[in-house]
Structures are given as C-alpha cells and as structure tokens.
Design a protein. Structure first.
Length: 437
C-alpha cells in the first residue's frame, strides 16, 4: 500500500524486465486496439480523464505498466494496492485518506493488482467509495472479471481486454532491449534474428518471460573482447521447457477443456490431441480429463458407437494404474477414438427432454399396470393389474402404455441414424409402427 516509486526499478541490479518497463505510451509495445493513435484508452490516459476500469489479460501484457504510466501522467494522488498483501483494515485506511483528500479537492486513483484475489467482502468495501467518487478504481486481473469481480462493482467499471503479444511484437521488444541504455546497449550482445524469434515464440505472448529469457541467455553467453555471443546451445538449454499458461482453477482451464471437447465433437483428432497435451503439459490431473472423456462418450457418441463408453472407462482405469507421464498415450488413444467415432447426441437430447418435462409438467403417479404389487393391499388397490409380460408374446412386444396419461405418445429418444444407431433407429421405427397398427 505505497505510492509508486517509478525510478527504483531502473537501477543496474534490477531485473531486465523491470529496467525495460515503458515509461510512456510511445514506448509501450502491443495493445494497439486500445493504445493506437486515437484509440479510447490512449485518449483517456493522455487527457487525464481516467474513470474506474478493469484491465483484464494474461500475464506479461502490460496491465501494471499501464497503471504506472497513468501514475506518471495523472494530477491525482495515485495509490498502489496489492490484493495479495492487503486486507479489510488496509482498505479502510486508504478509503479514509481518500475521503479526506476529496474534501480538499484532490482526486485519488487506487490501483489494485490481482484484484480477483480479493473476496466478496473485500470487494464490497470499495463499492461505496467508488459510488460517491472518493476513489477511481483501476483493477488488474488475469481472470475473467465476469466470474471474479462482484457484479455491483463491475457495473461501475469499464473493462479493457489486453491481448497476448504477437511474436512480431515480442521480437520488437527484444530488439529494443538490445539497444536500450536500460538494457544491453553497452554490452554489445551478439544474437541472431532467428534466436530472438525462438525466445519470442517460447514466451507465449508474455513480455516478462521474454525479457527474463533474454537476460538468462545473455548472462550465460560466451564472453570475448568483442562482447557477449548467445549460442544455440545456451538458448536450447534455457528454453528447454516452456512454462505453460495454465491455471487448473482459472479460465484457461475451461477454455482448454472446451477446446478438447469441441475438437472431438468436430471429428478433428489432430486438434483434440493437441489440446489434450496442452492440458497435460500444464499439469492437469489426467483423471479429470478421463472423466470428461467418459461424459463425452455418452453425450456426443452415444449409441452410434456403444464401445466408446467402455473404452473411456478403460482409459480412466489406465490413468489410475499408470499415472503421468505414461498415461498420456492412454488418453490420446481414447481422444482419437472419440474424435473418429460416429457422433450422436440422441441419448443426451433424450435426457434433456425428459428433465424439462419433469421440471415443467405435473408429476403424475406411475401407471398402475407397471407398479409392483408385493403385498395383498397393493393387489387390492390394483397395483400391477393389466400388466402385459412382453416375453409371453411372439413379437416380445405389447401395446401396454408405460408413460403417465398426460405424456402418452411422448418421444424423448430420437436416434439420428449415425453408426450403429442406424440399426437402433430402424428397430425403434418398427416397434412404433407395430404399436400403432
């Protein structure tokens, strides 16, 4: 809970990412849809007309940097607040000071980094001060604010979505670090364009990761009278394993499982295997993925291929036996099978139709003819009366009605004729014609 010191990060001992933090909008790389000439966020910052807002985007795209640029330009008192280290007591102290400043005509801009880490009661503490204008709130978050920010607070903030930096923008950032006085201007670093592109690609749109990787390869480069040379060997060692953007409880978790599910549904085994491995490399629990495949086998394949469900159950058991990393190929086999299987959502649709009727229609008693009658009283009440035993007929069918009267003739299961469901569809149509004849 301190006012920002905009200069301490430029000391020679500070990490490269801190030394290279842009101090103005002209130095800022990326987010042209917000900060390009004439764009709305640029105008707001340049005209010092900041209102409450949320910066939402992945790590390393400039959320905190934008807050610091605002701090550098605004005539307001600017307070930096961390959701990680602050609680209700600290919030109330800042709010009380902001109230006093407002009475003296001084505006307070409060920047809250990782605002999604505040719980509901902590977020609620900001609300009255935002409403009466004691503070202008700027929050930064990597999580979807629709889920993580209280709706009342969110409705009073404008959300700006910051995008992952492109490979071209990342390469531009790295080249600037090589010639900047705050970077490696005095050290004459020899590094090729191809090597810079490797770092840019490795960083996955995260500027902090890109600059940290550049710093690591320079520190381990070959030193000579001519400067520092980055070798392919050193670059390969530093970029050996990518740190994937993946939070098992965050939005990216749901984005990737959705991508896996929809790739399989679209019969795209390549995309499905890719998203499977993205999840596994990011540390996802393989049994969670296996459970989702079991669901998919019934929801999207169903009786078009009845073997899909037991195969996915077997994949779950294989994951339980093998664990990671060996079980990745078990999951891959199941994912490819599901992607290539004929698709039918008839079982899922039947379940949903039945659930809607149960919710929306009166719950009638079970028809007497299909009730069991284990006691004499039940027999006297006509339980089981007029029951027709299908095995007593040559067709193994009867015309007995099993649904309640108000649902007589209702169709929930309508097979679409894919895969093995073609035979089921023909059989069902035959049964319906027989009963109607």
């Amino acid at each position: 809970m301190d006012q920002m010191n905009l200069f301490e990060e430029h000391t020679p001992l500070a990490p490269l990412a801190s030394r290279m933090r842009p101090q103005s909008l002209d130095e800022f790389v990326g987010q042209k849809h917000l900060l390009g000439p004439g764009m709305i966020l640029r105008r707001i910052i340049e005209q010092d007309e900041v209102s409450s807002m949320i910066f939402w985007g992945p790590p390393g795209v400039g959320k905190t940097t934008l807050a610091r640029i605002i701090a550098n330009r605004t005539k307001s008192e600017f307070v930096d607040f961390s959701a990680v280290t602050s609680g209700i007591k600290e919030i109330k102290e800042v709010m009380a000071k902001a109230d006093r400043s407002r009475l003296m005509g001084i505006r307070t801009i409060l920047f809250v980094d990782e605002i999604h880490r505040f719980n509901k009661s902590q977020q609620d503490a900001f609300l009255p001060y935002v409403e009466k204008g004691s503070i202008i709130l700027i929050g930064a978050t990597t999580e979807n604010p629709s889920f993580e920010i209280n709706s009342a607070l969110l409705s009073r903030c404008r959300v700006f979505v910051l995008k992952q930096l492109s490979e071209e923008e990342m390469t531009q950032l790295l080249r600037h670090a090589l010639v900047s006085p705050n970077g490696y201007l005095d050290q004459h670093v020899v590094i090729t364009d191809d090597q810079l592109k490797v770092i840019a690609r490795f960083s996955s749109g995260d500027a902090r990761t890109a600059l940290g990787t550049l710093e690591m390869v320079v520190l381990n480069g070959q030193i000579s009278a001519d400067g520092i040379t980055v070798t392919d060997e050193i670059l390969s060692q530093v970029t050996n394993r990518r740190s994937l953007l993946y939070d098992k409880t965050g939005e990216e978790h749901y984005n990737l499982i959705s991508a896996l599910h929809k790739s399989m549904r679209n019969s795209d085994p390549d995309a499905a295997v890719y998203y499977l491995q993205r999840m596994l490399e990011g540390g996802e629990e393989p049994l969670y993925i296996a459970r989702r495949l079991i669901r998919f086998a019934s929801e999207d394949v169903g009786l078009a291929d009845p073997q899909a469900l037991p195969l996915c159950v077997a994949a779950y058991q294989a994951c339980h036996f093998n664990g990671m990393p060996e079980c990745d190929v078990n999951l891959a086999q199941a994912v490819i099978y599901l992607a290539m299987a004929p698709k039918s959502n008839a079982a899922y649709a039947a379940s949903e139709r039945a659930k809607r009727d149960i919710k929306d229609k009166p719950l009638e008693p079970v028809p007497l003819q299909i009730r069991n009658a284990p006691t004499k009283l039940m027999e006297e009440l006509h339980y089981g009366e007029n029951y027709q035993y299908a095995h007593d007929t040559a067709e193994k069918l009867t015309k007995m009605v099993c649904l309640p009267d108000s649902l007589k003739g209702r169709r929930y299961y309508t097979p679409d004729g894919q895969g093995q469901e073609k035979e089921i569809k023909e059989r069902l149509e035959e049964i319906i014609r027989w009963k109607e004849s």
